[in-house]
Design a protein around this ligand. Structure first.
Ligand SMILES: *Cc1c(COP(=O)(O)O)cnc(C)c1O
Length: 466
């Protein structure tokens, strides 16, 4: 959530509204728009309020053309109906809504099975508002386990991870006062290196995070190799460091498309896994999942029981109240697609990603960093000879055709590298992919004629005002 300030520019003179927006009589109806930065003095008809809000929202982007986000932008109408039916259900009222609670439990069981928990009945887990909350919970469990095995006063806990981690891990370290120990990128390695990670560990390391599906380029981190490096570390030093897998995206891709890839609870060192139900779990935002392999991985004292809603259901969450509709929609989607359905959907998405990546590569102006064959995501940069424009120009110009393709610089030690990233999601059809490649191809002659890259200069110039 953006941290908002008050009005930059207070409401000045009242603006008029379309007389049609008033009541039946356009003259007696509302003629002046309500204030925007303080509560209006009086109520207005629901039709007017609806029209005002609706019209303003027309200026939001078209979510299906947003190739920046991983979050689901299309669900079937039936899912929408179910979610509307569950609008009033509060996830925390597990006693009032026992069936919703039961669907949540079943989703956890299905994920424990999908992620190969050795004993699915021993696995514990919960729904969250997204992967960020799930990562906070998993990180807290790691921290608490560390403080129990290492009760030295004054010791400062640390968490080892690649510099490519999603911002939620920076938040976790900041909010919970854990030192982040980051493995930098090096050369053509854009994510964590197992050996380098093991070398950063010491007796105050609460865990190592492996990312299944790096946000920066869509690549899978080598979780099995990471576990092996930590096994070797344990043999050498006795340090037994648990691994958390951040499978925000890949947790719902790899089980269907990369069955031979061992990254989950099959690895004894993997203590916990999270995923975003609202990414490749294929549900509208906000639902995520956090699972622990067994009760030992989740210290009991972090779990709360409240009895003031009736019942006595254990919960592990940051929020108290939370909508139940997304959890219901997750269960619906699990039921609706099954393994075969998920496989088909994710395979189509991966096919689309690979096909666009290949065609972008064939344009000769670009160099691919990834090809969409892990997450259905690929990152690319301009080829060595391209000097008249840069990735920021491409991003800006693609917006003219409605496409949102983010351009950004990489973190240390590859700050020299700027890339564009395309995230393919269910609903980004082969048809839309063709249009995307056409639009990009059409831009190139103009971009090549530029005397030099434009966008960055302009950004720098705007930055100067601050
Ligand atoms: C998106 C993402 C997150 C954060 O997930 P939300 O569901 O948006 O809170 C965390 N880690 C990774 C790797 C991600 O891709």
């Amino acid at each position: 959530m953006a941290l908002h300030k008050g009005p930059q520019k207070p409401d000045e003179r009242p603006m008029s509204v379309n007389p049609f927006f008033g009541e039946a009589d356009p003259v007696a109806g509302m003629t002046e728009a309500p204030p925007r930065h303080r509560l209006p003095d009086a109520p207005m008809p629901s039709t007017t309020a609806y029209q005002l809000v609706h019209d303003e929202l027309m200026l939001d982007g078209n979510s299906r053309l947003n190739l920046a986000t991983f979050v689901t932008t299309w669900m079937e109408p039936q899912a929408g109906v179910l979610m509307a039916e569950c609008r009033d259900k509060n996830m925390i009222d597990k006693d009032e809504y026992p069936r919703t609670a039961e669907l949540e439990r079943r989703c956890v069981a299905m994920l424990a099975d999908l992620w190969n928990a050795p004993d699915p009945s021993a696995a514990v887990g919960c729904s969250t508002t997204g992967s960020s909350e799930a990562c906070m919970l998993a990180g807290m469990a790691l921290k608490r386990r560390w403080s129990k095995r290492n009760p030295k006063p004054g010791a400062r806990p640390n968490l080892v991870m690649g510099i490519n981690v999603q911002v939620c891990w920076d938040k976790f370290c900041n909010f919970w006062e854990v030192e982040p120990r980051l493995v930098p990128m090096e050369g053509d390695r854009f994510h964590l290196d197992p050996q380098a990670a093991a070398e950063l560990c010491d007796e105050n390391t609460i865990g190592v995070v492996g990312i299944l599906g790096s946000t920066f380029d869509g690549s899978y981190e080598p979780v099995a190799d990471l576990c092996a490096a930590l096994d070797a570390l344990q043999e050498r030093t006795g340090l037994d460091i648990p691994v958390h897998v951040d499978g925000a995206s890949g947790g719902m891709i790899a089980p269907f498309l990369d069955e031979d890839l061992v990254w989950d609870f099959r690895l004894p060192r993997v203590a916990s896994i999270n995923t975003s139900g609202h990414k490749y779990g294929l549900v509208y935002p906000g639902v995520g999942w956090a699972l622990w392999r067994d009760k030992e991985a989740l210290p009991e004292e972090l779990v709360f029981r409240v009895n003031y809603l009736g019942g006595d259901m254990p919960t592990f969450a940051l929020n108290f109240s939370r909508p139940g509709a997304q959890v219901v929609a997750q269960y619906y989607t699990f039921l609706r697609l099954g393994r075969e359905g998920y496989r088909a959907v994710q395979q189509t998405t991966r096919d689309v990603a690979r096909s666009i990546a290949e065609r972008v590569e064939a344009l000769d102006d670009f160099r691919l960093l990834t090809r969409g064959d892990e997450l259905p995501v690929f990152a690319f940069t301009t080829a060595p000879g391209v000097e008249s424009y840069d990735v920021f120009d491409v991003s800006r110009r693609m917006r003219e055709s409605g496409w949102l393709v983010p351009a950004y610089t990489f973190p240390p030690n590859r700050e020299d590298l700027s890339v564009l990233r395309v995230v393919c999601r269910n609903g980004f059809s082969a048809d839309l992919a063709d249009l995307f490649v056409e639009d990009l191809t059409r831009l190139l002659p103009e971009l090549r004629r530029q005397p030099h890259p434009w966008t960055r200069d302009r950004t720098a110039a705007t930055g100067f005002h601050h």
